[in-house]
Design a protein around this ligand. Structure first.
Ligand SMILES: [Fe+2]
Length: 318
């Protein structure tokens, strides 16, 4: 069992107790110290490391056998801008919202991601931005250069910018992230006026590893029936629950699009906790529309094939 390493003074996290809900807060406090702090190999680090080592060896062998090893090593640096249009059928489509969606920087794996992101972000016009978690890769408080890299990205974003925490984000990084200019929604909601309409943005805590998502708590302070309800969730889980609470659109990250894909972009290996149809790009499930970003970084597996890193500009008609 390893405690998170940090050279910085520990921030007071008690404000998050009420914000995210007592149960989720206690669960985070109990589970975070059990993690392998260097690369997030989960709650059974030896097993996680062995699984990762085996997966890497298998991926390398596969890539070399199809002569794609060099291409897969280079692809993580080919960040692209994706445009996604969402038309909500039950609505008149008289309003058009532009929303910039970023995800999964895993910045300390490759700090140069910040330059590539900023270059694409700067000329874009949008109403607000969201970040769907995994700011860093290491499960520890980021060092100065990692913090500067994140700060430079956040400075380049139009405000407001809303964010959620992923499975690589310790709660103790939340105050640092918020100080930089992101409003985190950790089982929380905000209502934004837009033209003569209202938009609800709800963010839940990580449903994948920590399982500290609490949608009921997140919406308990909402007193208006907003025209457009957007849910931010690090991973595309619990879709029926989102539908039950009237969400129109769910934005996610976490899967990295599978990272190693066939020529048509379909992932070779799925993600255990998510439905295969929701692993990458635009999807719909019953009345819910969704989008899962491939993310801008790569985490601890530094290969991508037919799955370039992305940032996404959503046009939402409602
Ligand atoms: Fe991630």
């Amino acid at each position: 069992m390893q405690a998170p390493k940090t050279s910085k003074p520990q921030p007071d996290l008690k404000i998050y107790r009420d914000r995210m809900g007592h149960h989720s807060y206690e669960r985070r406090q109990a589970r975070e110290p059990l993690l392998d702090t260097r690369a997030n190999h989960g709650f059974f680090p030896a097993l996680g490391r062995a699984k990762h080592k085996f997966g890497m060896a298998l991926t390398q062998t596969l890539l070399k056998s199809i002569n794609q090893y060099e291409a897969a090593l280079a692809e993580p640096r080919t960040l692209v801008l994706e445009q996604n249009t969402v038309s909500l059928e039950s609505m008149p489509n008289a309003n058009e919202l532009k929303l910039l969606h970023l995800s999964d920087f895993h910045l300390d794996s490759d700090l140069t991601i910040a330059e590539r992101l900023i270059k694409i972000i700067r000329p874009l016009k949008y109403d607000f931005a969201v970040i769907t978690g995994d700011y860093y890769n290491s499960i520890e408080v980021p060092n100065d250069s990692s913090r500067e890299a994140l700060k430079s990205i956040i400075n380049a974003l139009e405000k407001p910018t809303y964010g959620i925490l992923g499975n690589h984000d310790l709660l103790q990084t939340a105050p640092y992230i918020e100080t930089m200019g992101i409003q985190l929604l950790i089982n929380e909601s905000v209502i934004l006026p837009f033209n003569d309409k209202q938009i609800q943005i709800t963010g839940i805590d990580d449903p994948h590893l920590f399982k500290t998502d609490d949608l009921e708590h997140a919406i308990q302070s909402v007193t208006v029936d907003a025209n457009l309800k957007i849910l931010l969730s690090h991973s595309p889980n619990h879709l029926n629950r989102a539908i039950d609470h009237g969400f129109h659109l769910m934005l996610c990250g976490h899967t990295h699009g599978g990272q190693i894909c066939l020529k048509d972009g379909k992932p070779i290996v799925g993600n255990g906790s998510a439905n295969r149809d929701t692993i990458s790009g635009a999807w719909s499930y019953k009345s819910l529309q969704g989008y899962t970003s491939r993310g801008a970084g790569t985490g601890r597996t530094h290969y991508r094939l037919n799955c370039p890193p992305e940032i996404t500009l959503h046009t939402i008609r409602f």
